[in-house]
Design a protein around this ligand. Structure first.
Ligand code: UFG
Length: 349
């Protein structure tokens, strides 16, 4: 029997990474997770242990720390990496551009340098539909023009460029640049999910926090967009579908020894009001909301053409809006305070 292939996950205890960790284990890979908990909780590891029945292999480290990354590669026989570790809040990136460039670009460089030293040449990179800027054509294909409208988006574009240059310089490298649309939902157990710190920036976690009574009302940012009901349209994708997309991309890199740049979306757009209604149906809770002015930088509509991922990776999203809402609700209602348990909340500080 062949030994399992070991995959390094950076940002491993984050929202998308934690679901990908489970999907990789289910697909027969071994996983080494690295995270500095800058935007996640160690409780994720306890949950992953319970869900998978295996003690997670984990290193608490900053992906920008060259010595720590070197130690990870010395200790573990890693065959490929999936690089999730990054800051991701658009608004915050405009306030703290240096922190975003240092962490998102610096972390990628440190990782690639360590991989180069250890001759590991397969890398899956968390990119984003944000690299399409304000899309001119819908659905969005991978060959659409690229641009950035904020420092966060710029770090994703720079990351893609670094990896393209690296693959051009050394054909040993195989990269999957995965452009995520709008991940929502949670593992069907309701035991891992999205746990933003502070006020959520994104729509679904805001809705779920209104549903559990942590926030009074949702603000809908604008109803005068050029969309059927006037509210913004996005391509919401279930995080477990997204996780399975990473497994498919990794297999492609390892089996075909080729690079790929692909959208991971459903191809379906849904408005803010549609998502609210679907969530109300799935949860049985009412979501009170107010229409407020547009949020600066938002686009009318964004949804993927997911054809390429289907053709090359044999992957497509299968979970519908109803499942996304039901699973987000299960996670939030089982964990009203996210990963913060009552015990730690009551502990003296
Ligand atoms: N929205 C609200 N109220 C809220 C939050 C969002 O009405 O409280 C609306 C937005 O205006 C938008 C839609 O809900 O129409 C989705 O907004 P999100 O913030 O959930 O998602 P975005 O599409 O704005 O942003 C996401 C990622 C970014 C990424 C971007 C483009 O969060 O990281 O997609 O790919 F840059």
């Amino acid at each position: 029997m062949r030994a399992p292939t070991t995959v390094l996950l950076t940002g491993a205890t984050g929202y998308i990474a934690s679901h990908t960790w489970l999907a990789l284990l289910e697909a027969g890979f071994d996983v080494v997770g690295v995270d500095n908990f800058s935007n996640s909780s160690p409780e994720v590891l306890t949950r992953l242990h319970a869900l998978s029945g295996r003690a997670p292999t984990f290193v608490e480290a900053d992906v920008c720390d060259p010595a720590a990354m070197e130690a990870v590669f010395q200790r573990h026989r890693v065959a490929a990496a999936v690089h999730f570790a990054a800051f991701k809040a658009v608004g915050e990136s405009a306030e703290k551009p240096l922190a975003y460039y240092a962490n998102n670009v610096g972390g990628l460089l440190t990782l690639c340098e360590a991989m180069t030293r250890h001759q590991v040449h397969a890398l899956v990179f968390s990119s984003s539909a944000t690299v399409y800027g304000k899309p001119k054509e819908l659905p969005i294909r991978e060959d659409a023009p690229l641009s950035s409208t904020n420092p966060y988006g710029a770090t994703k574009l720079i990351g893609e460029n670094i990896l393209r240059d690296l693959a051009n310089a050394d054909p040993a490298w195989n990269m999957a640049l995965l452009r995520y649309f709008n991940p929502v939902g949670a593992h069907e157990s309701g035991d891992i999910g999205e746990d933003p710190r502070g006020v959520p920036n994104n729509l679904m976690p805001y809705i779920t926090q209104v549903a559990v009574g942590q926030r009074a009302r949702l603000q809908v940012f604008g109803n005068d967009y050029d969309t059927p009901d006037g509210t913004g349209v996005r391509d919401y994708i279930h995080v477990v579908d997204l996780a399975e997309g990473h497994v498919a991309a990794l297999r492609y890199l390892l089996d075909r020894q080729q690079s790929i740049t692909a959208n991971l979306g459903t191809g379906q757009g849904h408005s803010v009001l549609e998502l609210i209604r679907a969530f109300e149906q799935a949860s049985g809770r009412r979501i009170d909301y107010d229409i407020v002015p547009r949020r600066p930088g938002d686009v009318d509509a964004s949804y993927a053409d997911p054809t390429l991922a289907h053709e090359l990776l044999n992957w497509r999203a299968t979970r519908d809006l109803q499942a996304m809402c039901a699973d987000s609700w299960r996670w939030q209602s089982k964990n009203p305070n996210g990963y913060q348990t009552l015990q730690t909340m009551n502990a003296p500080s």
